[in-house]
Design a protein around this ligand. Sequence first.
Ligand SMILES: Nc1ncnc2c1ncn2[C@@H]1O[C@H](COP(=O)(O)OP(=O)(O)OP(=O)(O)O)[C@@H](O)[C@H]1O
Ligand SMILES: [Mg+2]
Length: 362
Amino acid sequence: MSDAPLLRLRALEQVFDTKKGPVAAVGGVDLEVKAGKVLCLVGESGCGKTTTARAAAGITRPTAGAVEFRGKSLTDMTPGEKTAYRRAVQYIHQDPYAALNPTRTVASTLTAGLKRHGLVKNRTEARAKAAELLTLVDLTPPESYLDSYPHQLSGGQRQRVNVARSLAMNPELLICDESTSMLDVSIRVSLLNTLGRLRDDLDVGFLFITHDLAVAKYFAWDGEIAVMYLGKVVEHGPTPEVIGNPQHPYTKALIGAVCEPDPDLARANRSSEQLRSAEIPSLTDLPAGCAFHPRCPAFEPGVCDSTEPALEGTGAAGGRRRVACHIVARDQRRESVQHAQSRDDRTLVLDPNKSPGAAWSA
Ligand SMILES: Nc1ncnc2c1ncn2[C@@H]1O[C@H](COP(=O)(O)OP(=O)(O)OP(=O)(O)O)[C@@H](O)[C@H]1O
Ligand SMILES: [Mg+2]
């Protein structure tokens, strides 16, 4: 079996033509989701999360770059491979109300895809499968829900029906776009627990989108977080590292804005500084250099406003930690020079073949 990630986004770009000019909603995103793993995409409203997710789900065609599923670009897929991809990758919308057809019962909603793909032989088999799916998403006993219409269900129950519908296709990847954000807190936690069980039991991978870092931390603790700002990923790494030791000033600011009494977030919160401006620049008129510089507390003139910082590996977390910040990169370079110097000094002192005096005189 190939060890290609389940989903790979390569230099993904999405530009929308608007009356005000081109809007670079996604400006070159490289990300991967591995089988059975979670990648959480976080960032403020309008930073390009949904646009990225829709391209990843094949709903929209990116302007540039590629979406690959199991190592194959969507544009190179045969019609058969495209059908398999559409079944394997399921997109769950934010709004559980809008996503369901009000005139269909739950059973009818859950079995439509199964019938279309010829995955059930008859009505009895379809109903049994629908009941099984409802049980998977903790809507039990399923008989209480099969003949209900969406308006007879609560928001949380509707979203569970949406999840059940996507599971009908035996997906390998669920793309959840703020799928829990419209729900009350207790219902949200319960749905997150159900999704977590599906992740662990069915080995489903997740591209999980949220603007809520507490939710990201809860759901993606064993996975990774990518922080987006104005269409670009500015920080990426294993969740405990990003939450516990944020590097990018924007990630620090996001964590600083969390008011939930979470000890990890509160710890990182203390290190955050005041933003220079609350205003988010327009995508049609992006600032030169680092797009975050007009708001960044670490801003240095001549450095941050001249060139755009690349998303670079920091060397931490086995190379899985990446940050796009000139100041972070410079501090790290300084640290590694100091580290190398102190190591050289130690070697000189500890080398048994050279006395310190001989080493210095060499
Ligand atoms: N079809 C479109 N035409 C023009 N601009 C668009 C279109 N879709 C999205 N945009 C713009 O692209 C940017 C990114 O939008 P997107 O919906 O991806 O953000 P988001 O991170 O999902 O935000 P939210 O947290 O509010 O859902 C926004 O400025 C949005 O206005
Ligand atoms: Mg969105």
